[in-house]
Design a protein. Sequence first.
Lengths: 128, 232
Amino acid sequence: MSNALLIASLAGLAILGWVLFLYRGGRLKEDHALLWISVSITIVVLSTWTALLVAINQVVGAAKTSDVVFASFVALLIMVSIYYSIKISELTEQNRKIAQEIAVIKTLNSENARQTSDQSKRVKEETH
Amino acid sequence: MLAIIPARNEEDSIKRVIDEVRSADPQIDILVVNDASTDRTSLMARKLGVRVADLPFNLGIGGAVQTGFKIAQELGYQIVVQIDADGQHDPTCIKDIVDPLLDGEADVSIGSRHMSEGNQESTFTRYAGIRFFSWLTSWVISQRVTDCSSGFRALNDKAFRWFAEDYPIDFPDAEALIAAHRAGLRICEGPARFRARNNGRSSLRSWRLLYYPFKETLSIAMMMTKKPGKTT
């Protein structure tokens, strides 16, 4: 195993350990943890399973086998980034709806309070 | 009828705008949608006795206007007029913009700065942008639009109820008109007086001015790939 593949497999294991630590502490949700566990396992498998790596290398024609590992890592990171962009877009939309809902409810409450106050004033004036 | 005034940090101009709207049409109700201002915009509007909707954080012009539509829907208004809080729009033109709705000729009526004389000229880049997107909007909806970026608009209940559910958030100008057309809403345009801002700056400045044409073009292109929704 080359130094590059050794570094890649250690990096994969480090990511796996860190993700499990975060998940165990409740700082990472299941779906996010599963995503990163998949990424780290893919890196570890690719950097330690030499026969698979050579087979992939023959198909894609990379200069070095370690290039396949790092290229796969970059591709996975791009996919993860797109996944997070989707999540952020969803959360932004939810945030906007909540903010609008708060503003609408507060305005309608003020409106009701104003109407109640006006009615009370009218009743008082009529009784006097 | 409800005048919706989206406002962000407009404490210097909000009083004048509210006073002008009231003197132009004493019957009109006013709603200021305070888009998380960091100054006294909300307080000043409240002191003047108008309704104020305070957004908890900044949503941008589209989000603020849509909040106004939602409130108009809840309160049962028939017509809303959208007016900028910076004093650009002359409220004496409200009647001209609203008349086509009252006559049943349109669902969305736009006040155009390019259909009347003596309006405040914008910068070249802004003018070019307005012209390009007005051309694009006209081409897409097969109807001549001279000022697609005008925020001086009136909508009947059919239109604002539709937009209360789905409204372009970042730069609602051309996109909203195309969405309206695709939803089967009738659009018309008439002359309106635009003036220099009393205060504040355009939301389209610095990097946003560069970002705007790309974002708007992408939004319009993507909208064209979707099946249009229909109003009920």
